[in-house]
Each structure stands twice: as C-alpha cells, then as structure tokens.
Design a protein around this ligand. Structure first.
Ligand SMILES: NC(=O)c1ccc[n+]([C@@H]2O[C@H](COP(=O)([O-])OP(=O)(O)OC[C@H]3O[C@@H](n4cnc5c(N)ncnc54)[C@H](OP(=O)(O)O)[C@@H]3O)[C@@H](O)[C@H]2O)c1
Length: 260
C-alpha cells in the first residue's frame, strides 16, 4: 500500500486531498498546526476510511517569523522511518495566505513569515522526503501553488511573491530530482470554495475571479483530482503546471454574466 504525506490537512482543500487519496487506498500521513484539530481530523478520517492507516502530526512551519523549524521536519521524518513508513507521495498543501498585507503598512517580518512557510519550509519538507524517495527508488512531490503565480492580486504581495518563488522551486527540484525517478509538479488553483467562502457569501458574490469562462470556481475535490493525477497517473510528467481555475487566467478581463 502506498503512503501520501499531505500538509495542512485539517481543513478545506487539504481535507479533500486526504479524502481522495484515502478513497484510492493510500495510507495517509497529514499535518496541522493545532493539536486538537489534528486529533479531531484524525478521528473523522479513521471513521470514514477504516481500511487505510491514517496518522496526523502536529507541526508548525516556523519557530518565529525569521526561522523555519527544520528540527520538527527532521523529527517527523525520523519518526516515520522508525515506524517503517515510506511516503511515496508528498503533497505540499499548507500555506500562509498572507491576507491583507499592504505595502507601506506591514513590517518586513510579515513578508518573511509567508516566504519562509510557502517556500523555505516546503523546500525543507521536499528535501527530507526526496532523500527517502531516492533511497526507495523514486516518488513524487506535488505543490499546491496558485494562479497568483501568473497574475497578481491586490494586498497580497508576500503571498504572490511566495507562489511565484514556489513555482521556481518546483521546476528546480524537478530538474535535480528527475535522475532519482522523483517527479515534481504543481497544481495551480484559482479561487476554491473553502469555509471562507461559506462565511462570506456576500463578498464572494462580487469577487472578480468568480467570473470564469466555466462560470464557477473549484471545490476542493477538483484540486484533489488534479493532485491525484500528478501523483498516480502522470508517470512521464515532471516540472509541469496544471491550472484549475475555470479558465480564469486565460481571460483579458472577467466576463460578468448579464444579470437581467
Ligand atoms: N482557497 C483558495 O481560494 C486558494 C486559491 C489558490 C490557491 N490556494 C492554495 O491551495 C492550498 C490550500 O488552500 P486552502 O484555502 O484550503 O488553505 P487554508 O484553508 O488557508 O488552509 C491552509 C492550511 O495550511 C496550514 N498552515 C498555514 N500556515 C501554516 C504554517 N505556518 N505552518 C504549517 N501549516 C500552516 C493551516 O494549518 P492550520 O489548520 O493548523 O491552521 C491549514 O491547514 C494553499 O496552498 C493555497 O495557497 C488556495
């Protein structure tokens, strides 16, 4: 049985990714920052998928804004080694959204926090996972990136920069790890219907990225399907980007439907 390690999987898109891989028979290792939430998610997943092994780990990316918690990553992989668990697939879903960070307002440490989590911590996880994949004859890594790596959005300078950097990281890793039979790819969602969507229906009614050629935005399962494609199906694909945004980024401007 294969095992997938999925970060940030107590809520929203991470949950959909866990559910996709568990329903395909993968054993699951997942992470979250809050111990209680990790335990609650673990209970729910085990109830829903009694035939696969599901283990949650409590892990934060940072010691402080300036410092990635590398020791926790080392500890996580050492623990998996001890238990004889090899994660053939690593899904880097967790992200600091860097919401509302404005130029002239936020301190530099806010930018560091986002870049450290979304780029440096993900590099650290990739390095530890790839070491095991190399020893085991191969594996694959999937980044959950964003279409903001292609097109910027307002007041998200750190997030947009981090997702651009993450895409470069994905390509560099794909190049360096190909010879070890390790594939590295990225899914680029546009807007996803998360709990934030459910909590702010009025805001989301008017948000421009809703107006896509397809006429709707993704749900978590759409992202999970794309991740699964890279992990389990796309055996000759590495360094690739799969945009899942209803066609949002191909438009010059959003087509607002006629409301009459
Ligand atoms: N939602 C969208 O519309 C959208 C659009 C484009 C791309 N994406 C990308 O899709 C992925 C999932 O998005 P989402 O909206 O489902 O995410 P989300 O609801 O914001 O959840 C993100 C996860 O990341 C974890 N996380 C945040 N900061 C962390 C840190 N410093 N250390 C460790 N874990 C941390 C959170 O952990 P806790 O649960 O412990 O807080 C949470 O589980 C992200 O990579 C995001 O950038 C999302």
């Amino acid at each position: 049985m294969k095992t997938a390690l999925i970060t940030g999987a107590c809520i929203n898109t991470g949950v959909a990714i866990v559910e996709k891989f568990a329903s395909e028979g993968y054993n699951i290792i997942f992470t979250g920052r809050n111990l209680e939430n990790v335990h609650a998610a673990e209970r729910e997943y085990r109830e829903k998928f009694p035939d696969v092994q599901i283990v949650g780990y409590h892990i934060d990316s940072l010691l402080d804004e300036r410092t990635v918690d590398e020791e926790s990553v080392e500890k996580l992989f050492a623990e998996l080694d001890e238990r004889g668990i090899f994660t053939e697939t690593l899904v880097l879903n967790a992200a600091d959204q860097g919401l509302g960070q404005k130029i002239f307002k936020n301190p530099l440490t806010d930018l560091m926090r986002v870049i450290n989590t979304n780029v440096v911590w993900n590099y650290c996880l990739s390095e530890h996972a790839a070491k095991r994949m190399k020893e085991n004859g191969g594996g694959n890594i999937v980044f959950i990136n964003s279409n903001t790596a292609y097109r910027a959005i307002p007041d998200r300078v750190a997030y947009v920069a981090s997702k651009g950097g993450q895409l470069g990281l994905m390509r560099a890793l794909a190049l360096d790890l190909g010879k070890y039979n390790i594939r590295v790819n990225a899914v680029l969602p546009g807007m996803i219907k998360t709990d934030r969507w459910e909590k702010n229906p009025e805001f989301y009614k008017s948000v421009p990225s809703r107006f896509t050629p397809i006429g709707d935005v993704a749900v978590g399962a759409d992202i999970a399907d794309a991740v699964y494609y890279f992990a389990a199906c796309a055996k000759n694909t590495t360094g690739a980007e799969l945009v899942v945004d209803g066609g949002n980024t191909i438009q010059l401007y959003p087509i607002i439907p006629d409301r009459n």
